[in-house]
Design a protein around this ligand. Structure first.
Ligand code: NAP
Length: 306
């Protein structure tokens, strides 16, 4: 079996940047991706805080540039689902849906996925008014009433995007302060199509075959009310895609991989970068930084072992 220098698992912003750097180090590198390159960033239509693009940039455009740049330095991106990573005599055995591969190092860049609320009606009405992606489903809600749940960057950004289609967007957030950056909150407050329902927790989504309302409880008074809507967009945080590594790597209580500043995990030779690792700022710019560092660390790991 061919022994590669690095196998990068995932091709979002972190994985593609790791690929770019690994390629420039002339490492023999494969990138495995379960679906198509891009990761979570493609759930947003555009990005406003990536340096160098003051007018913002479409996320598909950004990812296709990342991909092109990685491929230009010889990085091979393959569609394969990684099932398991195991130690082997020369490094690691990466078991995939389409065969096994051997590598000296592994860079985990598997990202995260949207968290569910786990409330009554949510699962049953997913795809029937309940959604986790404004970019994908926003155009289906032209002139409709939409509820957006959450108070982070994603919720506010998506509410702004959805307001372009909807008749009205109501942001329901469980506190009266926001985790989202102030610039986004200010924009949402200035948008005449956006209303806020603060200190409210959505407890149930109603509707027979499609969404028609949500039940909200005021966390201070306990009062219950209904908000009529045809769309419910849930943005309450992210869950890392790391379950397949749970017996191999140290993770925090939510499953985020623990690394040091050099992106080293609890297993020598395995590095993690981007949204799958525990850190303080989940952004494209930090995912790229992580990706670059992880490739550099993998390169140094191989050199030092020689
Ligand atoms: P987030 O920042 O973790 O925010 C999650 C929001 O959902 C919080 O407001 C939280 O409320 C609320 N929430 C969590 N569980 C809830 C529940 N069970 N019921 C009701 N509300 C609940 O997550 P995110 O907005 O999905 O973003 C994920 C990461 O990507 C973040 O680090 C974010 O900064 C980053 N991101 C950045 C950008 C950007 O910079 N342009 C865009 C998108 C995402 P509390 O505040 O009360 O905890």
């Amino acid at each position: 079996m061919n022994l590669h220098d690095a196998i990068i698992i995932g091709s979002g912003s972190a994985g593609l940047t790791a690929g770019l750097y690994a390629g420039r180090f002339r490492m023999d590198t494969l990138v495995f991706e379960r679906m198509s390159p891009g990761g979570q960033i493609l759930l947003s239509p555009s990005i406003d805080n990536y340096p160098g693009f003051p007018a913002g940039l479409g996320t598909e455009e950004l990812i296709s540039r990342f991909k092109k740049q990685a491929e230009e330095v010889g990085i091979d991106i393959q569609s394969k689902d990684v099932l398991e990573v195991k130690r082997s005599s020369d490094g690691f055995l990466v078991r995939t849906s389409e065969g096994d591969f051997e590598t000296k190092t592994v860079i985990v860049a598997t990202g995260a996925q949207p968290k569910r609320l786990d409330i009554k009606g949510e699962l049953r009405l997913t795809g029937k008014g309940v959604s986790y992606c404004g970019t994908c489903d926003g155009p289906l809600f032209k002139e409709k009433d939409i509820v957006v749940i959450g108070g982070g960057d994603r919720a506010i950004e998506e509410a702004l995007f959805l307001a372009a289609y909807a008749k009205k967007v109501t942001i329901i957030h469980r506190r009266d302060e926001f985790r989202a950056s102030m610039i986004l909150v200010e924009k949402a407050k200035a948008n005449p199509k956006i209303d806020f329902f603060l200190e409210g927790v959505v407890e149930e989504i109603y509707g027979e075959n499609k969404v028609d309302a949500v039940k909200v409880r005021n966390v201070k008074t306990g009062a219950e009310s209904q908000v009529a809507c045809q769309g419910v967009f849930v943005f309450v945080g992210i869950l890392p895609n790391t379950d397949f590594l749970k017996n191999l790597l140290d993770r925090d209580e939510f499953g985020f991989i623990i690394t040091d500043q050099e992106m080293r995990t609890s297993q020598a030779g395995i590095f993690a970068c981007g949204d799958c690792r525990k850190k303080s700022l989940y952004q494209v710019v930090t995912a790229c930084g992580d990706g670059a560092i992880s490739a550099d660390s993998a390169y140094k790991y191989i050199i030092n072992k020689k």
